[in-house]
Design a binder for this molecule. Sequence first.
Ligand SMILES: NC(=O)c1ccc[n+]([C@@H]2O[C@H](COP(=O)([O-])OP(=O)(O)OC[C@H]3O[C@@H](n4cnc5c(N)ncnc54)[C@H](OP(=O)(O)O)[C@@H]3O)[C@@H](O)[C@H]2O)c1
Length: 264
Amino acid sequence: MTPILMLGAGRMGGALIEGWRGAGAFQASDLIIREPHANPTLEAAKAAGAVVNPLDAELARARTVLLAVKPQMWREAAAEVAEHLAPEAVIVSIAAGVRAADISQAFGGRAVARVMPTTAVAVGQGTASIYAADPQARACAHALFAPVGTVVDLQDEELMHAATAVSGSSPAYLYAFVEALEAAGASAGLPAADSAKLARATIAGAATLMARSGVEPAELRRQVTSPGGTTQAALDVLLAEDGFPELLRKAVAAAARRSEELGG
Ligand SMILES: NC(=O)c1ccc[n+]([C@@H]2O[C@H](COP(=O)([O-])OP(=O)(O)OC[C@H]3O[C@@H](n4cnc5c(N)ncnc54)[C@H](OP(=O)(O)O)[C@@H]3O)[C@@H](O)[C@H]2O)c1
């Protein structure tokens, strides 16, 4: 499946390059990268043997094409390279909301997998929701993302909207939660710097414990909640009728709806 041609190496493409390097998944020499802007990740990949901004004739070597430009740029990126690719090249797209059938058509009918990743692939702890009708394209997407995170296979392309809402967009929900917790700690009298330190370290530690222990979140919650105690007092507010469950149901529905609108 190599060489891998990357169309775009910005935030997400760059995160993948870093993650692959950390996991020892692909060599820089396996990468051919088209990216108009220099950045430190790109420079490091180039120094390690990646081909950056190749001549059109080199594009025929690519066996996998990773479409990693912003959704509004994808047609232009496809049009620039499609005619130069080998017929057997497989397309793996991370462009949010863009349908597999449209991508396949723009790439001359080649097989396509769609992936909704998260930037934590950079540290080997990403998440990737994968949809592909074609088994080879699905296998290709697995090979790209399994070394740098948790992979979930979707059987229906329509589920990409929900996966985007629950996974692609949700790191921002957690960051917003931490911001609010820090502010609440300051309101309760803590110096702002101490509140920030406590909130960030506590949430990161709790998330690591959940990931490493494999214990259900509901059980972990019970383990730290004494009846009538301080945590219970806070949870009575957070889990009230209009609290977290309802709020997140609405937030996820809003994100999924927006994904549908963007997909056209
Ligand atoms: N960032 C995330 O958290 C995240 C999560 C899930 C999925 N995604 C998906 O990942 C894709 C990329 O997002 P991103 O945040 O990495 O965007 P980004 O930082 O803007 O990176 C895309 C890069 O591709 C370059 N580019 C534009 N047109 C190109 C072309 N024709 N050929 C080659 N390179 C070209 C861009 O240059 P210019 O700046 O000049 O346009 C930019 O440097 C999007 O489709 C997004 O839906 C992102």
